[in-house]
Design a binder for this molecule. Structure first.
Ligand code: NCD
Ligand code: ZN
Length: 350
């Protein structure tokens, strides 16, 4: 008989966008209801490039949490062409900054301040090797000549491999892996390299985005790929490999910014993500690997303890609202108006 419930340490999200202002107020409680900690993306406008800015953003996140919630934002810095090595030292000394994020300039939402050439960052990356600060990578090669479906593969060949050769002690997370090539790389035997996987890339392919009408809520960067890629991602994520872990890339945009002639990239998944991952692992016949993926492999890579609180997921249909509200704007989640097959069992009232 199929499994009806699974108990695991409370998971963490190793790639989360919380934004700022009214959006932060709306989405922080959703993430905190599911996850214990999250790596917080620094692509605000302007980006979070200094330890001082990260400290202030961390306080705004903590202030947006409902009373009594415990949720630890694990902060990151946004790497630019000009990030000085001294900023890495300040970050490493802060105790609350856990990584530095590379957005190739122009790759995705709010990436204009991103890196134009990694050679400009040589000394800063050397400081990260020295301090043991991981580099989180949005792995897409940009430029008008690079096909949007080929950007991850081009990045791996042209940028990532040379980077790993230049910086032999640099620890790297290839985030939101979307191709068979990326999946093969992160499940290899290089202990410096880990990968995160989103629920949408494990469950959907580009047909879901484009066949029978364009579905803007499935549009994210890196874009959904072909079915053979999805199958390779599912196999990698559910394989039990120690360096693959959960990173939702939950990326909220107001409904009007998604359903537009020039719609923003990003799927809002925080409230539904855990159930979606359970669906994917169940479909792969690998639910027994969900606890490592969701709760243990991430902390092991980051040198943090596994959460002690346990939660239980049960195979019960959970309806997903048509939208949430952020300020005065609707916010449409993935699966809006449909349902998710797994939900978190709520503790019985005492
Ligand atoms: C993210 C966002 O909206 O900030 N969008 C996305 O499609 N994933 C940026 C990112 O992580 O690429
Ligand atoms: Zn992201």
């Amino acid at each position: 008989m199929a499994s009806e419930s699974i108990t695991l340490p409370r998971p963490d999200d190793w790639h989360l966008h919380l934004r700022d202002g009214a959006m932060l107020q709306a989405v922080a409680p959703h993430a905190a209801a599911v996850f214990s900690r999250a790596i917080i993306m620094p692509n605000l406008q302007p980006p979070v490039t200094t330890a001082e800015q990260a400290a202030a953003y961390r306080q705004r996140i903590l202030a947006a949490l409902p009373q009594g919630t415990t949720f630890e934002p694990l902060m990151t810095l946004y790497l630019t062409d000009n990030t000085p090595p001294a900023e890495i030292e300040r970050a490493a000394a802060s105790g609350f900054i856990h990584a530095v994020k590379l957005y190739p300039a122009g790759a995705t939402t709010h990436s204009d301040a991103g890196v134009t050439d990694l050679l400009l960052c040589y000394d800063t990356l050397a400081a990260m090797e020295e301090q043991g600060v991981p580099l989180l990578i949005h792995g897409e090669q940009t430029g008008p000549e690079v096909d949007i479906f080929h950007r991850e593969a081009a990045f791996i060949d042209d940028v990532l491999q040379p980077l790993l050769d230049r910086h032999p002690r640099l620890r790297v997370v290839l985030e939101h892996v979307t191709t068979a090539l990326g999946a093969e790389l992160v499940t290899g035997d290089d202990p410096r390299l880990a990968g995160t996987f989103t629920p949408q890339h494990l469950l959907y392919n580009r047909n879901d985005l484009l066949v029978g009408g364009i579905r803007p809520h499935y549009y994210c960067m890196p874009i959904l790929k072909r079915e053979s890629d999805r199958e390779a991602l599912l196999e990698a994520a559910t394989s039990g490999h120690p360096r693959v872990f959960l990173g939702t890339d939950s990326a909220p945009h107001p409904q009007g910014a998604k359903e537009s002639a020039c719609g923003c990239a990003g799927c809002y998944t925080a409230p539904v993500a855990l159930g979606l991952y359970a669906e994917a692992f169940e479909a792969a016949g690998a639910l027994e690997h969900l606890p490592d993926f969701a709760s243990r492999n991430g902390p092991a890579f980051y040198g943090l303890p596994v959460n002690r609180e346990m939660i239980t997921l049960e195979r019960e249909c959970e309806p997903v609202p048509a939208h949430y509200t952020a300020g005065d704007q609707p916010l449409v989640p993935l699966r809006a108006g449909e349902s998710v097959a797994w939900r978190i069992r709520q503790p019985h009232p005492a």
